[in-house]
Ligand binder design. Structure first.
Ligand code: GRF
Length: 207
């Protein structure tokens, strides 16, 4: 397995997606390597996951910066120093400004817990349940300057059951995230994704 691409993960919370990516890497299913984890939250559990797996972890505490631009300049410096091929947002609770997005065009991915463009922003699972849709899911997409908006790489649909609570639905949506995020990252690492306008095409044996 090639270990060509260098991946940086930005995360603010639990880091279950980071764990899924690391696990895929360990199973030899990821043609890349997570080389740094950056969090804006010094207490985030994701930092422990990074440490436990021997991955460099960096805290860039949002409270220590007065503006988004200043924060993103500092973040850009860290990302550039790592010489990353791909930046992966995994529950990063900040919107990236043009400073970062324009420095990594087509090289930043996000995962969102709904079938975009439905239910963007926070609480995608709760919003889907409350709206009464029968099908929701998860979306892996490239990041542009608008919230949860860039070209969609893969989606998985999850039916909403009558007996679902936010908790039971979250369990199934997150399980889908853990299947799809490593897969999308692997496709990127193997140069099998091509963006044309709003569409992202997948090339190679899988399609
Ligand atoms: C995920 O549900 C993801 O869709 C959203 O934030 C959550 C992060 O979870 N963007 P975790 O920190 O990876 O467990």
């Amino acid at each position: 397995m090639q270990l060509g691409k260098k991946i940086g993960v930005l995360a603010s919370g639990q880091g279950s997606n980071l764990q899924a990516i690391i696990d895929a890497e360990k199973r030899g299913e990821l043609a890349g390597k997570v080389s740094v984890v950056v969090s804006d939250n010094p207490d985030a559990y994701v930092l422990k996951r990074a440490k436990d797996n021997g991955i460099k972890d960096v805290v860039l505490d949002s409270k220590k910066f007065i503006s988004r631009e200043e924060y993103d300049q500092a973040l850009l410096k860290i990302l550039n120093e790592e010489n990353l091929d791909l930046v992966v947002l995994a529950g990063f609770m900040r919107i990236l400004s043009r400073i970062i997005v324009s420095a990594y065009p087509g090289r930043i991915m996000n995962i969102h817990p709904s079938l975009l463009p439905s239910f963007p922003g926070k609480e995608g699972i709760k919003k889907a349940l409350e709206h009464g849709v029968k099908i929701t899911g998860c979306t892996v997409h490239f990041v542009d300057e608008k919230l949860d908006n860039g070209p969609i790489i893969i989606q998985e649909a999850i039916p909403i059951l009558q007996e679902d609570t936010e908790e039971t639905l979250r369990e199934r949506v997150q399980a889908a995230e853990h299947r799809n995020y490593p897969r999308a990252i692997d496709l990127f690492c193997r140069d099998l994704l091509k963006i044309e306008g709003r569409r992202c095409f997948i090339y190679g044996p899988e399609e």
